[in-house]
Write a protein that binds this ligand. Structure first.
Ligand code: IVH
Length: 714
């Protein structure tokens, strides 16, 4: 949890933050931090996004390091809760401490080295847990019964939230044994429950929560609410066990789980046990890679010494234990300006509002657009162009706008007016469901998707141009590509100017396309975030539609160029297109990719030497084709690069390995020369392709040696 975590500013390296020049600026910043903390604790909205908060508190810490005489009493860098002012009156049995933060592997190694120094020996292993983005609570059990739940407050005393916390999934009312102990952990809201909570809340005319963490905080404190949003709980510590048992942390967590409590170790993220810091770093990398698929907010990893002896000897400062550390991931919520709201119509006619944003970096990705979900939601959230909005990249990876900062709204801003008719076809809109749809459904986008399917670069169906597609769609004969295969001469003939012969030819061409390779079918389906080369790569990797359909998001990411965002999009596109895919399969369309011995990216020893545009390590060379290659279209030129084992890209940079220069080449050729990148005349490239296709390896080698340094290939 950011505000609680960021109070540990001794580890927010002041060297990386600029100290304030004046005492007035410093005290103003302290007030801002405190106000943000207060807002956070009161739970309804976030006053500041995580990254801004982190940066501000780092500057406060840097100022205090440079000008200790300015340091205010109860500085937010020192007190638990950042001086947010919300403390309760129930004392904790032992203080609820926080954790120091590190932000990279180097910081982690320093922490581990310090721990080893304190122990006078290497620590005997570490656990790696997800850092749950919620609120810390302490749950008291007496003779196995849950009696009281307290928030952390200022670490010494907290608020009694027993009533609401009893509803948290994972925190049982009764343990499996009649034991008396205190379980500590995080109350949070899952991504799915957050969506539900906001539906409930906005349905009751209240502003939505900006973030699952504030939703959990608000819900935990809610008294007498007419509706209730679900909460969850993961335990990460237990107090009151017999010290003589010397249970390790992993042992204690296993025991807690055996009593029926859900622990971080039992979460989808698990709790790997690591012998070395290198193993810890690998485990954190895995957690980071998976964190967007877990279904709950994880803002970092918590690393703890596992052995009881190590923890006892290391002890704690007044603020944080020395045996544990939080490794914080980059923030997943940022603020930015909403430039405008666009309306998009999906393949099935679903109409959605999309936010076009001032580009903003969120957890390592530049986000320029985000979903606004649906029009009801947009109206309820009262988001407008010009607003400063919260943008979140979370569970489903597709960024979303979760709310606007109403107090920063420009006076001139106008509410958004939802479309009166389908912006694509002008048809009527069905508003009976939350997701608005064009009443023409798939037929609304039929022309576009059919044109894409039949195009030369996809299924290459001759005679099926724009005009005929238009006639077919208007006549209601086709709404998706699979319908094409049901057409016969008798159905086509009545269409405008369609004679027996042309109808016959068209039917034959359509039927012939059924044998096209799988990669072309995939291109023709037009999955978002995939073009022709990506479709080819996917087809080569998975070989069959069955295998592609069975692939998980993780499997998809093993394909070169497929990151988490693209993988999720591909997976959801396949689900959306499934009915059409099934129809195509039922009509006997080929869904297998022919095996190509030179196909990248398999860099095994057997195939690598036969692929001329491979580097010695087997990886593909990055090749730009500019100008015309004799006998090839631009697409075929790019395809040829891939057939030869290379990777084709469109712009020349320092990373380009080869530029093929044909007639009409322009600035790219000049740039290649400037950068000293090898170039190859297009005719030689065409010859190379011919030699390669006919298996003339000697000729291939000869042609290559004229362009590339000898050791680079073969
Ligand atoms: S251990 C002595 N483990 O992060 C403190 N804390 O930034 C022991 N948190 O106060 C805390 N997930 O509210 C621990 N797996 C985890 C955690 C976790 C989230 C929170 C907790 C803590 C804050 C510190």
């Amino acid at each position: 949890m950011l505000i609680m975590g960021a109070q540990m500013s001794t580890t927010v390296d002041p060297a990386h933050a600029a100290a304030f020049d004046s005492q007035a600026d410093y005290t103003a910043a302290v007030e801002q931090v405190r106000a943000a903390a207060r807002d956070y604790y009161s739970g309804s909205t976030l006053a500041m996004d995580d990254a801004t908060y982190d940066a501000l508190i780092a500057r406060v810490a840097a100022t205090e390091a440079a000008r200790p005489e300015w340091t205010v009493a109860e500085s937010p860098t020192e007190v638990v809760g950042a001086g947010g002012g919300v403390v309760g009156d129930v004392p904790h049995t032992t203080p609820m401490l926080s954790l120091d933060n590190v932000f990279d592997a180097n910081g982690l190694r320093k922490w581990a080295a310090r721990l080893d120094r304190i122990l006078g020996r290497p620590a005997g292993g570490y656990t790696v847990e997800p850092k749950i983005d919620g609120l810390a609570i302490s749950a008291r059990y007496v003779d196995g019964a849950l009696t009281q739940v307290i928030t952390r407050g200022d670490g010494r005393a907290g608020e009694d939230v027993t009533g609401q916390a009893r509803r948290a999934v994972g925190l049982p009312h009764q343990l499996g044994s009649p034991v008396t102990l205190e379980i500590r952990g995080e109350v949070f809201m899952t991504e799915a429950d957050f969506a539900l909570a906001n539906e409930l809340r906005t349905g009751h005319g209240e502003p939505p929560f900006a973030h699952p963490r504030s939703a959990a905080a608000g819900t935990l404190r809610a008294v007498d609410r007419a509706y209730s949003a679900p909460l969850s709980f993961f335990a990460y510590a237990v107090h009151g066990l017999d010290p003589a048992a010397h249970l390790s942390h992993s042992g204690a967590m296993a025991y807690v789980a055996s009593l029926g409590v859900v622990t971080t170790a039992g979460s989808a993220a698990g709790m790997p046990l690591c012998a070395t810091i290198d193993e810890v770093i690998a485990a954190i990398e895995t957690l980071d890679a998976n964190r967007l698929t877990l279904g709950f907010g994880v803002d970092g990893a918590v690393v703890k010494a596992d052995l009881a002896a190590d923890r006892d000897e290391a002890g704690s400062s007044s603020r944080a234990p020395r045996w544990g550390i939080a490794f914080k991931f980059p923030a997943d919520t940022r603020t930015t300006t909403l430039l405008r709201i666009e309306v998009q119509v999906g393949r099935t006619g679903v109409i959605t509002p999309v936010a076009v944003l001032e580009p903003v970096q969120i957890s390592g990705v530049t986000v320029t657009s985000a979903t606004l979900h649906n029009f009801d939601d947009l109206v309820r959230r009262n988001v407008r162009a010009g607003d400063t909005v919260f943008v979140r990249r979370a569970g489903d990876v597709i960024p979303e706008v979760t709310g606007a900062k109403l107090d920063e709204r420009p006076e001139t801003s106008e509410p958004f007016t939802p479309p009166a008719e389908c912006p694509r076809c002008g048809g009527e809109i069905d508003r009976s469901q939350k997701r608005w749809r064009c009443t023409r459904g798939r037929a609304c986008g039929a022309h576009e998707s059919l044109a894409y399917y039949t195009a030369r670069t996809s299924m290459d169906i001759e005679g099926l141009g724009d005009k005929i597609i238009d006639l077919l769609v208007r006549a209601g004969l086709v709404t998706d590509p699979a319908d094409l295969y049901d057409l016969d001469v008798a159905t086509l003939k009545p269409l405008d100017r369609m004679g027996d012969v042309s109808a016959g030819k068209l039917v034959a061409n359509i039927q012939a396309s059924a044998a096209q390779p799988f990669s072309r079918v995939l291109t023709g389906l037009g999955l978002r975030m995939t073009g022709r080369s990506m479709s080819r790569r996917l087809a080569r990797h998975f070989q069959t539609m069955d295998a592609l359909l069975a692939a998980s998001v993780e499997d998809l990411q093993t394909v070169e160029g497929v990151g988490p965002e693209r993988a999720v999009t591909i997976a959801s596109e396949l689900i959306e297109l499934r009915p059409v895919i099934d129809k195509l399969i039922a009509r006997g369309i080929n869904m297998t990719e022919p095996v190509d011995p030179t196909a990248p990216p398999t860099a095994d020893a057997e195939t690598a030497p036969t692929a001329p545009l491979r580097k010695p390590d087997g990886s593909p060379m990055t090749v730009v084709v500019t100008g015309a290659v004799p006998g090839l279209t631009r697409d075929e030129g790019n395809e040829a690069v891939e057939r030869l084992g290379g990777k084709s890209t469109s712009s020349v940079s320092k990373r380009t390995d080869l530029v093929v220069v044909g007639e009409g080449a322009g600035s790219k050729a000049a740039k290649a020369e400037d950068l000293g990148i090898p170039t190859m005349p297009a005719q030689r490239f065409a010859d190379l392709l011919g030699a390669h296709n006919s298996g003339d390896t000697a000729q291939v080698a000869a042609l290559l040696s004229e362009t590339l340094p000898a050791p680079a290939v073969l």
